[in-house]
Each structure stands twice: as structure tokens, then as C-alpha cells.
Ligand binder design. Structure first.
Ligand code: ATP
Ligand code: MG
Length: 408
């Protein structure tokens, strides 16, 4: 009978990869805590509207990529494609609007029906932060700093690109100019962009269609349409970034894939430009209101763990352990294991007739030492400790494992 394969674009994480992931997550979680962001966990399934309303029907994520399902009660649900909308939903449905700022860290699987390729999957994993209730560009700068410190801590070199999408008034003026420009180019625009011209012209700037690229390059940029408030906001952000010593490049064509951003948007991209954006986010002024809450600003970012894992230097080799090796499972073996685990060591018991094979198994399982319990050792209440890196072996009393203090 044929064996099952996972769903296209979805992967198992075997121990080495899973371990690497948990290192990347733990590093982010710890660092975020230092900046006052605490972990929140939200369900993977939400009502579809939680995403379609704030992200916009014309966004790729909602329009083309969202996994939708109807449950047995007839409710339309979505597998979450991103974290921000879920966090805002949780903030509102738990009645937390009086406890500001609401600073959250999250991690977990996200789902998008995209064409799978390297660094792009249908189930992927993000780590991210959201900061609700803080509207200053200084706070944006600090959250970007946290992102930069995180990438640095996992030895990823990435370059920061920033832009401003302005406030509502800037956007309205810009939209008008953009529509006029794209209408002139109507005959050469891609079919998808023509559709967006009607629904959400700003989205055209995010088009990946080859025939749109030249037109996008020549398009007017938002900068000329910024209100003085929006301009001041952006200038203060830049001052903030400089104060924190963060190098950046302003990319006037940077628009994010999601509709809810205002003012600051940013991306950390690999220096080679290859492999896709590693970490991205921005400021939002209307999202909380749009989801039924009070008017307040927020800022958030998310990084794709698979992309981080591909970009990070070799790191996170599995932790070393101690293997207890014996002929027949016996009480001495488990006594040894307990004594060692009590001192914080990772210990596995292997039993079998062929000690050579058992030692190989220990090696494969990252053991640094093998604690060998042959017949002779058992009869004399001793153990032989073999250093698997240096192949040195010594015999010691079993009870001495209580004070085993070798580094692994
Ligand atoms: P892209 O332009 O690469 O499609 P995006 O704008 O859709 O990215 P966001 O929604 O901002 O991405 O998500 C933040 C991060 O999540 C991205 O920078 C990327 O690292 C990661 N990410 C997004 N989609 C995927 C995916 N399908 N597979 C793996 N990682 C992803
Ligand atoms: Mg995308």
C-alpha cells in the first residue's frame, strides 16, 4: 500500500531542524522579554473575517492565499495566515484595552496557499511582536531595533529598508495621482494590476508580474504627497533609528503586502537580495478600530523562521548527552540515568548485546560520554566511563556518578 506524504508545501521538522527552530524561537522570546514583550498564544483557527476585514479582500493573502474551511456548524473559518490580526482580536475580545501598552510576542504556524519553493511554504512559521497603544515614531524605532538585535543575535546579516506610507490624508492624495498615472499605462499593465486599479491601486506597487516592473519603477512616489504631520513622523523615526545606531536605506517603493499599515513600513533583507525578505512589519493607525476597538495605534513585525533558519550560520548543534549502555535493561542502568539526570545531564539508556553497535548509537545521538555497565561493572558496583570524543575510558564506582561534573 502506498505511504502517505505530507500536504504539498507543508513539512515535518525532524529533530535537528526542530531543535534549530526551538533555538531561534528561544532566542527571540528571551530578547523580546528584555524589551517588555510577553508571549501570547492565540488559536490557529479564527473566523475568516478576522483576517479578511483588516487585511483587505484585495490583498494577496486574503484574495488568493487564505485557507478557508466551513465547520460543521456552517461557520466560515480560516487557518491563520499571519499573527497581527489574531493578536488584535485577542486584545479586544479579552477586554484588554485599558491595560496599555499591550506588548506581545508570538510564534507559531501560519498558512498561505502559495506556490511552494525555497523559503516559501504553505505551512510556515513566524515569530513576531505587536505593540498596541503606542503611537510615537520613537516606539517604532525601538521595535525595529529589537528586530535588528534579534537578527544579530542569531548571526544573520540583513539590511534594513524603510519607507513611510503616510497617514490617511497623504494616502488619499497619493492614490489620486497614482490612479491617474496607471490609467495612462492601462494598455501595458498586467491583468491583475488592472483589477487592482479598480479595487486598491496602491497594491499595484507590490505586483510581482514582470510586465508591471518598469511601470512601477517610473510611478510617482508617495513622498511628494506627505502631509506635514506624516513628514514629521517619518523624520522623527529616522532620528530615532540614527540615535540607536541602525543603518538603513529608504526605499520609496517599499509597500507591504498587507493593507493595514500607515506611516512606517520596513523590511530586513539579506545583503545579497536573494532568498526573500527575512523580517518585516510596520505601523498601523486604523487596525484596532477596524476590528471594532477604540482608536489606537500599533506597531508589529514578523519573521519567517524557515527563512531565518536558511540564512542563519550553522548554529544550534544538538545538545550533547550521556548514553548509559548495558547488556540487559537493569536497575543499575536506570540508577545511573537518574543520578546523572538529577544533575541536569541529558541521558538515554541503550541496551543490547553488541557494545560496538550501542556505542555507534550513542554517537549518533550526540552522546559525549558512554557510561558502560557490563557484567563485571555490575558485579563490582562500578561503571566504565568512555569519553566518545577522545576515546579515553576509566572505571569509577557507580555511586560517584552522584558527583559527575564533566562538561559535555
Ligand atoms: P513575501 O513578499 O516574501 O511574500 P510577505 O509580505 O507576504 O512576504 P509578511 O506577511 O510580511 O510577508 O510576513 C512576514 C515574514 O514571514 C516574511 O518576511 C517572510 O520571512 C515570512 N513569510 C511570509 N510568507 C511566507 C511563506 N509562504 N513561507 C515562508 N515564509 C513566509
Ligand atoms: Mg507574500
Amino acid at each position: 500500500m502506498a505511504i502517505f506524504q505530507p500536504v504539498r508545501g507543508m513539512h515535518d521538522f525532524l529533530p535537528k531542524e526542530a531543535y534549530r527552530f526551538s533555538c531561534l524561537i528561544e532566542q527571540g522570546r528571551t530578547l523580546a522579554r528584555h524589551y517588555g514583550f510577553h508571549e501570547i498564544q492565540t488559536p490557529i483557527l479564527e473566523k475568516a473575517e478576522v483576517f479578511s476585514r483588516p487585511l483587505g479582500e484585495s490583498s494577496d493573502v486574503v484574495g488568493k492565499e487564505m485557507y478557508l474551511l466551513t465547520d460543521r456548524g456552517g461557520e466560515i473559518l480560516a487557518l491563520r495566515p499571519e499573527g497581527t490580526a489574531s493578536v488584535v482580536r485577542a486584545f479586544l475580545s479579552n477586554g484588554l484595552t485599558d491595560t496599555l501598552p499591550f506588548k506581545e510576542f508570538y510564534t507559531g504556524p501560519m498558512f498561505r496557499y502559495e506556490r511552494p519553493q525555497k523559503g516559501r511554504y504553505r505551512q510556515f512559521h513566524q515569530i513576531g511582536i505587536e505593540n498596541l497603544g503606542e503611537s510615537s515614531p520613537w516606539s517604532d524605532a525601538e521595535s525595529i531595533f529589537l528586530a535588528q538585535q534579534y537578527l544579530k543575535s542569531i548571526q544573520i546579516e540583513a539590511f534594513l529598508e524603510i519607507n513611510t506610507l503616510g497617514d490617511a490624508a497623504s494616502r488619499a492624495a497619493y492614490k489620486e495621482a497614482l490612479v491617474a498615472y496607471f490609467k495612462e499605462k492601462r494598455t501595458t499593465l498586467s491583468a491583475l494590476s488592472l483589477k487592482r486599479l479598480e479595487q486598491n491601486p496602491l497594491r499595484i506597487l507590490d505586483s510581482k508580474e514582470p510586465e508591471d516592473q518598469d511601470i512601477i519603477q517610473q510611478a510617482p512616489t508617495l513622498e511628494a504627497f506627505l502631509t506635514s504631520e506624516a513628514r514629521t513622523f517619518f523624520e522623527t523615526l529616522c532620528t530615532g533609528l540614527k540615535t540607536l545606531g541602525i543603518a538603513y536605506r529608504q526605499n520609496p517603493r517599499l509597500v507591504r503586502g498587507l493593507d493595514y499599515y500607515t506611516h512606517t513600513v520596513f523590511e530586513f533583507v539579506p545583503p545579497s537580495g536573494e532568498g526573500g525578505t527575512l523580517l518585516a512589519g510596520g505601523h498601523y493607525d486604523h487596525l484596532v478600530e477596524l476590528m471594532g476597538g477604540p482608536k489606537m495605534s500599533g506597531f508589529g513585525w514578523a519573521a519567517g523562521l524557515e527563512r531565518l533558519s536558511l540564512a542563519a550560520c550553522p548554529m544550534g548543534a544538538m545538545e550533547r548527552s550521556i548514553a548509559v549502555i548495558t547488556v540487559n535493561f537493569n536497575s543499575e542502568a536506570y540508577t545511573c540515568a537518574r543520578l546523572l539526570r538529577d544533575q541536569g545531564y541529558i541521558v538515554e539508556v541503550f541496551s543490547g548485546k553488541d557494545f560496538g553497535k550501542l556505542l555507534k548509537k550513542a554517537d549518533r545521538n550526540q552522546a559525549r560520554y558512554a557510561v558502560i555497565l557490563g557484567e563485571e561493572e555490575i558485579n563490582t558496583a562500578t561503571v566504565s566511563i568512555k569519553d566518545l570524543d577522545n576515546r579515553i575510558q576509566e572505571r569509577v564506582p557507580l555511586a560517584s556518578l552522584k558527583e559527575f561534573s564533566k562538561p559535555l
